[in-house]
Design a protein around this ligand. Structure first.
Ligand SMILES: [Zn+2]
Length: 312
């Protein structure tokens, strides 16, 4: 698939605008708010993203989560339920308030539950400040000095919520640094030149050629977005010393992969289903309704701050 240079430029423009705004507010105030950053991002990526916001009378049922749908020219699409979080510097330590509790419970649990309801991949968009703000923090093993392309693009990054839950289980103290190291810069999701490693070639999948091809071969478009998010949990799964359960289970109609391995490793859910159920052959009808300006059922609007459709 050819790259979409206009979308790549728009995503980079969006990230730079967010970087500038975060730097401004850090200077003014020592911090920034998530919500205006999402608005700045959408405004600068448009028309390659179509943001649809809802009135917020019912906000608080789940939170200010957005549904992001990535749709490519073939119609294949990938859905994520996205919660925005800030990378914060507190007394010389890095932190992200992933586990914030409200009256309804822990935000992370609520995000995972809501993503189950929408049958999409739960994820975080991390607003990480500009490179100056992040002095002393870098992207990990792939980091290069004196200039690191990946760190330069990391101001707006995306990370699987299942991976975050696992980091919190390992260590609350290092979860923010782990999250930053594993998150993928937003603009990389749509860049066909970005590095993709072959993933776990499990012999259990030898009779599932489509899934095996997805894991082993380079992917493009909506499949690439899903694969980069899936790579985050797959890498963690390889470090978990548990045999994989070979069984698969159906994940419903309209999906690119109609059945997926149940293997959970040390995650709270099947990591295949948690992410790859978001891959569909076409946009769900409620997204097409929102795209066409038609009203959505109130219970659905009440659960979301908005829907953003990215055109790959
Ligand atoms: Zn780096």
């Amino acid at each position: 698939m050819n790259e979409n240079p206009a979308l790549l430029a728009a995503l980079a423009r969006g990230r730079k605008a967010v970087d500038e705004s975060m730097a401004f507010w850090v200077q003014q105030n020592g911090r920034w708010d998530e919500e205006p950053m999402t608005a700045i991002l959408c405004q600068n990526v448009a028309p390659h993203v179509k943001p649809i916001t809802f009135n917020k009378q019912q906000e608080g049922i789940i939170g200010a989560d957005w549904l992001w749908w990535w749709v490519d020219p073939s119609g294949t699409c990938f859905g994520m339920l996205v919660q925005a979080k800030n990378l914060e510097r507190k007394k010389g330590r890095w932190s992200v308030d992933f586990d914030h509790a409200n009256k309804k419970g822990q935000q992370l649990d609520l995000l995972l539950q809501a993503a189950d309801l929408f049958q999409v991949a739960p994820a975080y968009v991390l607003y990480c400040g500009d490179t100056e703000y992040r002095t002393g923090l870098h992207c990990g093993l792939r980091h290069t000095e004196p200039v690191c392309d990946r760190c330069t693009r990391a101001g707006v990054s995306v990370l699987s919520a299942l991976a975050v839950q696992y980091f919190l289980l390992l260590s609350q103290d290092s979860a923010a640094v782990d999250a930053f190291g594993h998150a993928v810069p937003l603009e990389d999701l749509a860049d066909p030149k970005v590095r993709q490693r072959p993933l776990w070639d499990d012999p259990n999948f030898s009779n599932v050629p489509e899934l095996r091809a997805f894991l082993v071969e380079r992917q493009y478009g909506a499949l690439q977005v899903a694969k980069l998010l899936f790579t985050q949990v797959s890498k963690l799964r390889r470090g978990q010393m548990l045999l994989a359960a070979p069984r698969r289970i159906g994940v419903g109609d309209g999906k690119i992969f109609p059945d997926l391995p149940v293997d959970r490793g040390h995650f709270s859910r099947s990591y295949y289903g948690n992410i790859l159920r978001g891959l569909r052959t076409e946009l769900p009808s409620y997204v097409r309704d929102a795209e066409a300006g038609r009203a959505l059922p109130p219970d659905l609007e009440g659960r979301l701050a908005g829907i953003a459709i990215f055109y790959l």
